[in-house]
Write a protein that binds this ligand. Structure first.
Ligand code: AQP
Length: 334
């Protein structure tokens, strides 16, 4: 059985980017594979790496879990839990901090972007912002994951995870499975509708260009119809020269199963492209919103799923992490 692992961090409301880049693959593909055992996690510890409000993180953690179930994750087909409920993640992270170097962590793009953001906001940079890719490596390696379905922005962190696994195995003997990132065919990097050269990010302050999974249809429509494009009026797929139009084509392709280049040929105005994209996104998100409305009234059900998921996750991760403790030279507890 191939183990699959991926996570989502409760730093904001889940976005269309999270859905198309990761969650949809978990729901539609990963949990249905006969050869795979998928493990999905709300990585709440990662949400503490930036300024946060405790009650909000708690609320968003529950909301993220509820939305994952509403999106179609089935606890009979996958393991769903909250990272902080399973100690093995932080236990392993320290060993991996003893494997990673300061230089490789400072090269992480997300660290550099988020450090710049914190500095601009006059906030201090938490040490955990530098080290969290190591915690992410622990999240993945603790489960012996072979595949990590993620959006493009997480590719570099999965590469780091691979490097750490290989290095640890070379130094201390084979301990970890070396994982690989699995990206969706289209929409691996959904861009902000108002700033199509920046990724659509759930924690961004300006929300006009972000479609949230829980946005109502009128809001989705308004955001898509106001998406920034360009002035030449030509519908053509070219992410470099025409990032706004290409982003809409990517989203439309992801929603309809088409190819962005081929779809472009069917449009001669931005208005028509926006109208169809808005309609496709509304239809894509409709069942998620409806199931969320049902589930939100039954928090005990969500808690039960998370409790049983954490139990299974502990059973899976404990032997791997124990093996790493022995391999690195720590005396086993009597
Ligand atoms: N814009 C995006 N397009 C495609 N995939 C995306 N993902 C995130 N944004 C996009 C993918 O969603 C999964 C969960 O992301 P995360 O919770 O780990 O956070 P992130 O990658 O840092 O992205 P966010 O949502 O923008 O959060 P903030 O604003 O807090 O940084 C991942 O697989 C990610 O690749």
């Amino acid at each position: 059985m191939k183990r699959i692992f991926s996570g989502i961090k409760p730093t904001g409301h889940l976005t269309l980017g999270n859905y198309l880049g990761a969650v949809r693959q978990w729901v539609e593909v990963d949990q249905h594979r006969a050869d795979a055992d998928p493990v999905f996690c709300v990585v709440d510890l990662h949400a503490l790496t930036v300024e946060h409000e405790p009650a909000r993180v708690r609320r968003l953690s529950r909301q993220a879990a509820t939305l994952l179930l509403a999106s179609g994750l089935d606890p009979e087909r996958c393991t769903l839990f909250v990272q902080s409920h399973v100690n093995e993640h932080t236990r392993l992270a320290y060993l991996l901090e003893c494997t990673a170097t300061d230089g490789e962590l400072r090269r992480m793009i997300q660290y550099r972007e988020k450090t710049a953001g914190a500095a601009a906001a006059g906030q201090g940079v938490r040490l955990s912002l530098l080290t969290y890719p190591v915690l992410m490596a622990a999240d993945i390696l603790a489960y012996g994951a072979e595949e990590v379905p993620v959006g493009e922005d997480q590719r570099q962190h999965v590469e780091l995870t691979r490097d750490l696994a290989v290095r640890f195995n070379q130094r201390y003997g084979h301990t970890f499975t070396v994982p690989r990132a699995v990206l969706p065919r289209v929409a691996a990097r959904v861009m902000d509708l108002q700033d199509p050269r920046s990724k659509m990010g759930k924690s961004h302050a300006s929300t006009a260009g972000i479609v949230y999974l829980l946005d109502d249809p009128a809001t989705v429509e308004k955001k898509v119809m106001r998406a920034v494009t360009d002035n030449d009026g030509e519908v053509r797929y070219d992410r470099e020269a025409k990032p706004g139009v290409s982003n809409l084509l990517d989203v439309l392709a992801a929603c309809t199963g088409g190819e962005p280049e081929a779809l472009a040929a069917g449009y001669d105005s931005y208005g028509a492209l926006k109208k169809d994209t808005a309609a496709a996104v509304v239809e894509l998100l409709r069942p998620v919103r409806e199931r969320h409305a049902e589930l939100v009234g039954d928090p005990a059900r969500v808690d039960a799923v998370l409790a049983s998921g954490a139990g299974r996750a502990r059973e899976l991760a404990r032997p791997v992490v124990d093996r790493a403790y022995r391999a690195i030279g720590l005396l086993p507890a009597a």
